[in-house]
Design a binder for this molecule. Structure first.
Ligand code: AKG
Length: 250
């Protein structure tokens, strides 16, 4: 059903040099609609997802409060229908095309910015969350399940200029997102997308999103791929991406 012919010479070059790239349409609107149904069920089911979810804005909302930036790690552990959806297979073909045939899914996650919550996801590099691995290849495929633009929290990236290093990060005191200082904000690029489009970024690329100041939620499904051997190495160290958010790499 899906093909990835001719799609990627330019995209791959961009990803490898800048650390990020994007694709206007990864999956069709119909395929997005199917994911949206499952996604909303998971968001509304705190019983099933409680042990996997948290608020990137920090803190634990009281029962009458909304989560601002809901993150559900490894949602496919509690919802097998996700992996049956074709998006996991198509994303893997892109990951393998970008970084090699040994790329496998390490983890999936949902990040939802609720309407009118207006909390940014601060600048960070994903590698700060991860343990140090000898093979540093990775790609996160961030799939828009709503049309995304500045005001509801589309992704922003800073093109990489150096190698694979991690800036000093700090964790919000209340278990929220990690963040770091950024000094070259002038080069930041914002990537608006239609639903079904996606961005690709590696673990060392600085990225951020503004808060959602609109009347609708902003849903993203993120699939992270890395070499099979590195996933095994992580699991040996007890890392399965369901644990606490903390700085693991300085
Ligand atoms: O969805 C967001 O606001 C942030 C996503 C992010 O940081 C990531 O996918 O690594």
């Amino acid at each position: 059903m899906y093909t990835c012919k001719n799609k990627s010479t330019k995209m791959k070059e961009t990803f490898l040099t800048k650390g990020y790239a994007y694709k206007e349409q990864l999956i069709s609107f119909d395929e997005v609609k199917k994911l949206q149904v499952i996604y909303n069920e998971l968001l509304n089911d705190k019983k099933r997802t409680g042990h996997l979810r948290g608020d990137l804005a920090g803190g634990k909302p009281k029962s009458n409060e909304v989560e601002k930036i809901t993150q559900i790690m490894r949602p496919s552990l509690v919802e097998p229908r996700l992996k049956e959806h074709g998006v996991y297979a198509i994303a893997k073909t892109y990951a393998q095309e970008l970084l090699g045939k040994d790329m496998e899914l390490d983890f999936d996650m949902l990040i939802n910015k609720a309407e009118y919550t207006n909390i940014e996801t601060p600048w960070h590099q994903d590698a700060a969350y991860w343990v140090k691995l000898p093979d540093k290849r990775s790609v996160s495929i961030w799939i828009a399940l709503d049309t995304v633009y500045e005001e509801n929290g589309c992704m922003w990236f800073i093109p990489k200029t150096g190698g694979m290093f991690v800036e000093p990060h700090k964790a919000l005191p209340n278990g929220g997102a990690l963040s770091c200082e950024v000094d070259n904000l002038d080069s930041a690029q914002c990537i608006p997308l239609s639903l079904g489009g996606c961005t690709f970024h590696d673990g060392f690329t600085l990225h951020f999103s503004k808060g959602n100041s609109t009347k609708n939620q902003r849903r993203a499904l993120i699939l992270n791929f890395r070499p099979k051997d590195m996933i095994a190495l992580e699991r040996e160290q007890g890392i399965d991406h369901t644990g606490a958010r903390k700085v693991r790499q300085k």
